[in-house]
Design a protein around this ligand. Structure first.
Ligand SMILES: [Zn+2]
Length: 383
């Protein structure tokens, strides 16, 4: 028995090594194409034999192709150049919203190929609706390799069901299982929408970064966390519930039962209240009095961000959501408050910005995340 377990363990480990090597080679080709086998080996540290066999497998899978000859360096034959076969397959990313779903298809090079939005009135059969729409929108783009669904809510790690106060979906709704049954050969991932937003912010960041926290400030407040290039959701899937971090233990009572949660102190309703308007687009940031009325809110947000910095110490914090409509004046006020309260080690390269990612960040981030991990097993996990 012991021997058998050890053998299984060894096989599992070898499989894992192969998956991560395939990921390494595929992503390297994608980022540096056209590229020769020799340069892949040189850059990744894998042996030329290993690279050759991995590339053969990628060619067989229709994911990479030989596209030409490189320049001769020194003596010998000209190297064959490799590129990702963009149309060799695709992934679909779906965002589940309050009254609609949005779908986007990406080819293997990460290029967006199609986008669609569809109104949803009834979520009871959402699994089949998503499956039908995915089949429809991905037709003609090659083999479907993965689907990811971003949801505005907490995902139960055990049952893969969604608890959301925003979308009218029952806690018994097992749409994830429906998707798995409809696409048995496809990798399917389910994640919180803020996690995918965080991932696209990291990917599109002007500097190379590996840790980032994305804060989404609307009526509700949530966060997505990237640690060492991976989405982090915690042991039970609740990490990123930033809206329920208290910034005032004597503050207003929140619907969660706690006092002074950031969501109730600095969500868009609190901002509109303070500014005396009924919608965030009506807040006039050129009016000095209004700007002053928002001082406390800026302090609450800065205090929340300071907690993140002290706990996680990310390279960047990006703020997204409706609050970005308040523009640079508001952002500068938050930065200023943060500078007053944060510890002062060398954080020269830390950045606090408003999001400026174009398109739908949930589908874009989900699609990218899926492509970056297309060989990884654990198909049915929410990270
Ligand atoms: Zn709360």
């Amino acid at each position: 028995m012991v021997l058998k377990t050890e053998k299984n363990h060894k096989t599992a480990n070898l499989k894992l090594v192969k998956q991560s090597n395939l990921t390494l080679v595929f992503n390297f080709i994608n980022a540096n194409q056209p590229v020769s086998r020799a340069s892949i080996a040189h850059a990744t540290g894998l042996s030329p034999t290993t690279v050759s066999s991995l590339v053969d497998e990628l060619i067989l899978e229709n994911m990479v192709e030989e596209t030409g000859m490189g320049k001769l360096s020194g003596s010998g034959r000209k190297p064959v150049l490799l590129e990702v076969k963009a149309h060799g397959g695709c992934v679909a990313a779906v965002e589940m919203k309050e009254k609609s779903i949005e779908l986007e298809v990406f080819d293997l090079a990460g290029e967006s190929k199609a986008f669609k939005a569809r109104d949803i009135n009834d979520y009871s059969d959402i699994g089949n609706i998503i499956a039908d729409e995915v089949s429809d929108i991905t037709a003609g783009f090659g083999r479907l390799l993965g689907i990811c669904v971003g949801v505005p809510g907490v995902i139960d790690r055990k049952t893969r069901r969604v608890m959301s106060t925003l979308i009218p979906i029952s806690r018994d709704n097992d749409f994830f299982k429906v998707l798995c049954n409809r696409f048995p050969e496809v990798k399917i991932k389910l994640g919180n929408e803020s996690s995918y937003c965080a991932y696209i912010e990291k990917t599109e960041s002007k500097k190379e970064i590996h840790s980032l926290v994305y804060i989404d400030i609307n009526v509700g407040i949530g966060a997505g966390i990237i640690l060492e290039d991976r989405i982090f959701t915690g042991a039970f899937g609740n990490a990123g519930e930033f809206g329920h971090v208290s910034v005032d233990i004597n503050g207003k009572v929140c619907k969660c039962g706690n006092r002074g949660c950031l969501e109730i102190m600095a969500g868009t309703p609190a901002i509109c209240d303070a500014a005396g308007v009924d919608s965030i687009s009506k807040v006039d940031m050129t009016d000095e009095k209004t700007v002053n009325e928002l001082s406390d809110i800026c302090r609450y947000i800065a205090s929340g961000i300071n907690n993140i910095i002290n706990m996680i110490n990310p390279e960047a914090v990006v703020i997204g959501g409706e609050i970005t409509k308040l523009g640079n004046v508001f952002l500068e006020k938050i930065r200023c408050e943060l500078d007053h309260i944060r510890l002062k080690p060398d954080m020269e390269n830390f950045s606090l910005e408003f999001s400026d990612v174009k398109g739908n960040p949930v589908t874009r981030g989900g699609g990218r995340y899926l492509l970056d991990r297309i060989f990884e097993d654990g198909d049915f996990i929410t990270e």
